[in-house]
Design a binder for this molecule. Structure first.
Ligand SMILES: *[C@@H]1O[C@H](CO)[C@@H](O)[C@H](O)[C@H]1NC(C)=O
Ligand SMILES: *[C@@H]1O[C@H](CO)[C@@H](O)[C@H](O)[C@H]1NC(C)=O
Ligand SMILES: *[C@@H]1O[C@H](CO)[C@@H](O)[C@H](O)[C@H]1NC(C)=O
Ligand SMILES: *[C@@H]1O[C@H](CO)[C@@H](O)[C@H](O)[C@H]1NC(C)=O
Ligand SMILES: *[C@@H]1O[C@H](CO)[C@@H](O)[C@H](O)[C@H]1NC(C)=O
Ligand SMILES: *[C@@H]1O[C@H](CO)[C@@H](O)[C@H](O)[C@H]1NC(C)=O
Ligand SMILES: *[C@@H]1O[C@H](CO)[C@@H](O)[C@H](O)[C@H]1NC(C)=O
Ligand SMILES: *[C@@H]1O[C@H](CO)[C@@H](O)[C@H](O)[C@H]1NC(C)=O
Length: 584
């Protein structure tokens, strides 16, 4: 786990290269220096929870290697797929200014990297710094294929808080004993929701609450009196989670890679894909303290894992085998605990919100139950009311195309998507209380691969509204492959939109209380389910980005356009293969 102990010194030792390229178009953000990483997607055997099984990882590490950069740096990551599965890597939260080909969602910006192929990602951290992470973006492989992406400020630019003695990355995860690819297949075929994870994990370790896991526990050794920066990342698939340390307060200083006004709390809550940086001072009696990760589930009748993952926050001088002081987590449905923390977060700096808006998008997000069409309903229609579950935006469920949407757009290939994604729902109603909530006979959605095309530089206002059609919470990943003017635009990469909230995202640099929220008492559906976004997944905007569409990274080909027949080219400046700056 040494790789996760990210001291600043270690990072300073990283070699960075002055980078002169003959490939890059002049308009591309170049980056100060370039950092190369070599990712090998591999299967490895791990023993956890009294079971041994194969999982897919990067470079035989679980969690995978940490990618380090500085604001303004260029990252070049060669990904070689040595696993038998299709894979891509998504750089979660990175805005990909003028590099939309490298965002990573399979069939959206690229074809999957098939077994034996490689693909080189290349992008610049333009005006972005903080804690990010990367994960596989095909099926549910990201259950084990994930790692941190840490971007430091530019040289000489201090943190807006007291410099910590040390930094540690703390990745929260969900771990299944079943084969994850098979599990996904089964869940999709069932029409129902995903089963609870077999365990929660902290940096891959479930900790002593689980069987056979007394020694499978992550530990941070701390020096009394010192202050630590913890980079918390929720890499889980489905669950929102609380995190707390026994007897210690957490001061939030950054959320989703934007600084916040310091906010001190006993616990934090992270949705899948979210990151929070906290400062913790080792100011308690010398001892061993638990760090705990547990579930937040505000809906009723949803099965979820309710055993906490535990790690240790252990003082130098503590009796090695002493019991740890237990951390107190809020109860799983403590909405107030979440609201108190979330409402306390404020961006550090006031932001320049675009005053003029070119395009308004009103997006309802929700889960649907479609009528059973199967001849074997017992097997295939295990959703609510014996139907099949899907997710939708503006009532349209995403059908995965066989060629990436961006490539189809770029090459003008017809038949893979339609550019008629509606800028507003077809039907307005009281999304919180009204129909179709109370008309369970009308919970179905439409299918489609619809795209909203925006001119580069468009100022967009998004309004996100959970419909609560069958359930009051949805996780949405907003993907727009490019964001126009980075000075005005902040991508909030993943949002938990609760039924009672309407969230207005005026693309701006602020976190996270953007716009107005409409609070009402929580009224979860009767038998709600939460589906991973990969089950049926709706995506909207593909920005029209003239500059980067000029740089298509895969082989030019005219005839065989389906991903199946596509060979991905290894792409990027030569040579990439030395692995010299790859951090192990
Ligand atoms: C541990 O194993 C026992 C016996 O197999 C089982 O009853 C129990 O549910 C397991 N506990 C956990 C947390 O998995
Ligand atoms: C935890 O989940 C198990 C199985 O889903 C359930 O039997 C048990 O009552 C739950 N415990 C708590 C405290 O909710
Ligand atoms: C952000 O706010 C801090 C504290 O108020 C201030 O010191 C800093 O200069 C501000 N940064 C910018 C870019 O405005
Ligand atoms: C679902 O189907 C089962 C039979 O497979 C039936 O007994 C049950 O009543 C059905 N439930 C609903 C809500 O239609
Ligand atoms: C749902 O049921 C209500 C009341 O029975 C009926 O008025 C409505 O037309 C139905 N809607 C659909 C889409 O079937
Ligand atoms: C969603 O689409 C389905 C299928 O066309 C339709 O039956 C349903 O009424 C629509 N729901 C809403 C809220 O527009
Ligand atoms: C929508 O797509 C899903 C998944 O491909 C399929 O099961 C369902 O029948 C489709 N619904 C309609 C109305 O075509
Ligand atoms: C892998 O991707 C290719 C290209 O899209 C596709 O044809 C193939 O079915 C995929 N394989 C799996 C196992 O999903």
């Amino acid at each position: 786990m040494a790789n996760l102990v990210t001291s600043f010194m270690l990072w300073l030792c990283l070699i960075s290269y002055a980078y002169i390229t003959i490939h890059a178009a002049p308009v591309w953000p170049r980056g100060r220096s370039t950092r190369f990483y070599d990712f090998k997607i591999q299967t490895m055997t791990v023993s956890k929870l009294c079971n041994s099984k194969q999982i897919v990882t990067v470079n035989n590490m679980f969690p995978g290697p940490v990618v380090y950069a500085q604001e303004g740096d260029r990252l070049i990551v060669k990904v070689t797929n040595e696993s038998p599965y299709n894979a891509t890597i998504h750089w979660h939260g990175v805005r990909q200014i003028l590099s939309c080909w490298f965002d990573g969602p399979s069939y959206i910006t690229q074809c999957p990297i098939q077994a034996g192929q490689s693909f080189t990602y290349e992008f610049t951290m333009v005006k972005q710094k903080g804690t990010f992470f990367w994960h596989a973006h095909v099926s549910w492989l990201r259950a084990t294929v994930y790692g941190a992406l840490v971007v430091y400020p530019k040289p000489g630019v201090p943190y807006p808080f007291k410099y910590p003695y040390e930094e540690h990355i703390v990745i929260l995860g969900e771990y299944w004993l079943q084969d994850i690819v098979q599990l996904e297949r089964q869940v999709l075929a069932s029409g129902g929701g995903p089963p609870p994870a077999s365990a929660y994990t902290i940096n891959g370790h479930p900790g002593p609450n689980y069987n056979c896991s007394a020694n499978d526990v992550y530990k941070i050794d701390v020096v009394p009196g010192k202050t630590y920066l913890l980079r918390l990342i929720n890499a889980g698939l489905n669950m929102e989670n609380f995190f707390a340390i026994a007897n210690h307060r957490l001061t939030i200083v950054e959320a989703d890679a934007e600084y916040t006004k310091p906010f001190t709390t006993d616990r934090v809550m992270l949705g899948p894909g979210q990151t929070i940086n906290v400062l913790v001072t080792a100011d308690q009696t010398i001892g061993k303290y638990s760090m705990a990760m547990g579930p937040y589930m505000s809906a009723q009748n949803v099965p979820f894992q309710n055993i906490s993952a535990i790690a240790y926050f252990q003082y130098a001088g503590a009796v090695p085998n002493s019991l740890s002081l237990p951390a107190r987590l809020p109860s799983f449905n403590d909405n107030l605990a979440v609201k108190t923390v979330m409402d306390g977060l404020r961006g550090l700096n006031t932001s320049d919100v675009p005053k003029e808006i070119d395009t308004n998008l009103f997006l309802t997000i929700g889960l649907n139950v479609n009528k059973c069409r199967s001849k074997t309903p017992q097997q295939n229609c295990q959703g609510l009311n014996n139907g099949t579950m899907s997710a939708s935006m503006n009532n349209i469920s995403f059908i995965k195309p066989t060629v990436s949407v961006l490539e189809a757009y770029y090459k003008g290939i017809e038949g893979y998507f339609t550019d008629n994604f509606p800028g507003a729902p077809f039907r307005f109603y009281d999304f919180v209380n009204g129909a179709p909530n109370n008309a369970p006979n009308d919970t179905s959605s439409m299918n489609g691969t619809r795209v909203k095309v925006l001119e580069y530089g468009t100022r967009v206002q998004l309004i996100l509204q959970d419909t609560g059609t069958v359930f009051g919470l949805c996780i949405v990943t907003l993907i727009s492959t490019n964001h126009g003017d980075s000075r005005d635009v902040t991508q909030k990469p993943i949002q938990s939109v609760h039924q009672e909230n309407r969230m207005v995202v005026k693309l701006m640099r602020q976190h996270p209380q953007v716009g107005t929220r409409k609070h009402k008492g929580f009224e979860g559906g009767k038998e709600p389910f939460m589906l991973a976004d990969e089950i049926l997944w709706t995506r909207a905007a593909v920005a029209h980005d003239r500059e980067s569409t000029l740089k298509h990274p895969s082989i030019e080909q005219d005839d065989h356009l389906a991903c199946a027949s596509q060979k991905l080219m290894e792409w990027g400046p030569e040579p990439l293969t030395k692995g010299d700056s790859t951090l192990m």
